[in-house]
Design a protein around this ligand. Sequence first.
Ligand SMILES: [Zn+2]
Length: 510
Amino acid sequence: MASNLQIAILGFSLESNRNAPVSDRLAFEQTLYADAAEIKKELAGDRTGLPGTVRGFCQHMDQQGPWTPVPVLLAEAPPGGPAEQAFFDEMLNTMRTGLETHIKTHGLLDGVYISEHGAGLSTAEDDADGAVFEMVRNAVGPDVPIIATLDLHGHVTPRMTSAADVMVAYLTNPHVDQVERGIEAATIMLEMSRGLRPVSTLIKVPMISPAVCLLTAGGPYADLINYGQTRVGGQILNVSILAGFAPADATTNGMSVVVTARDDAEAAAELATELAERAWADRHRYKTNLISIETATTNATQVLNNPQLPALLLADVADNPGGGGRGNTTYLLSALHRQGLSGIVFGMFFDPTLAEKAYAQGVGAIFQALFNSKDNSRFSEPFAGEVLVEKLADEPCIGRRGIYKGRRVDLGRCALLDLDGIKILVVSRRHQCADPIFLERMGIDLANTRVLVIKSRGHFRAGFDEHFKAGQIVEVDAPGLTTPNIAKLNLQNVPRPVYPLDTDMQWAAS
Ligand SMILES: [Zn+2]
């Protein structure tokens, strides 16, 4: 074991939705913008403020012997529009200075671990993640191992593969393997400290898939990932297949197949080709199964009227804050309310102005609520109704299940409002409703909730599966920034031809 390795830790995580409002400094500061001192503090504490990937990486390094983490900067915003350019440039500069200052004072690093998303855009740059990776390589020199973890919704580019040695993407969606992938990155880092110099191949498959078709419990993407994993071992160090993120609408879009071999470049290329061809041959299977708002309303009515029917979860997948949605569209809410339905829980609605108003009114107050009084972005239509303030909360909470498990999440000021029997959780920080704790701490009894509306594309599944199994979940085709309906995304920048926009196109991996 090499002794006392000095490993830099940094990362930029933004899943960019081209049409969502720009992600500015505040979006990062309200989520994660931790400098060296803050990361150090987290590492010395309970670590709940760090992404699962970083927790996993550091935990494994801790267990394997002496090492010195060299924290640089961790930046993460909720999925949203491209990062504002001046902020992004400043962030890159802070990272570069951190790396260079360390090298000047302590000599060369033994490695760099990057916790990245992979679908980041800045307002002037489609390959923001490539810019981060390239900056790191330039700062640390050609021989220092660089290993990155990536979200499976990311886009890998040649600029990224030429800068980093190994890419480790999530294998699960919902992403419940973040800690595990961090551990894997650390394992590879340790092997590299003993001399391993892996080689990888990237193949871009011209496929853009609806986000709801990329779950890994079953379906074409699960089959592809699982098959890839059967080939890991021996010469093959890692297989990462990133489906990408359609709403990014970027020149980097498409599925990325990355195979890393220990030293046999040909083995990596051969397997990458095989996997890419397998993905392409299966492209027709990535089909959505959405229901209309009218059908959703009918289904909800039936469930509320008939206690024999199982409880129902309506997923408002087109307004997923976890994909850049504002978490505030009112299409489904107004349809359910118009129908006079009572006994529904609505999780959650992003509207800081309304949460503030509820706070000013206090618990027990009844007032005329105006939803979306301030947000003028597309799809943020106003809605009004008389509500009762049931409960207020403003403390951050620790995730209980699924993607937020063990992670501190701050929803800002929260208010549970009762709108004629529809209980709506209004929050001040934009997050997807992926953890039951958000509702439970407001007094919601999920075991006895008959109809639950959730603004999330799929991560809620790993949080709410105690009470809502796959068969009780329907995905609703409402308007929104994260619609899984590829045709409605009106993609302008993706490389063409691409499936399914160019349905009859031909393609081969080699
Ligand atoms: Zn993702």
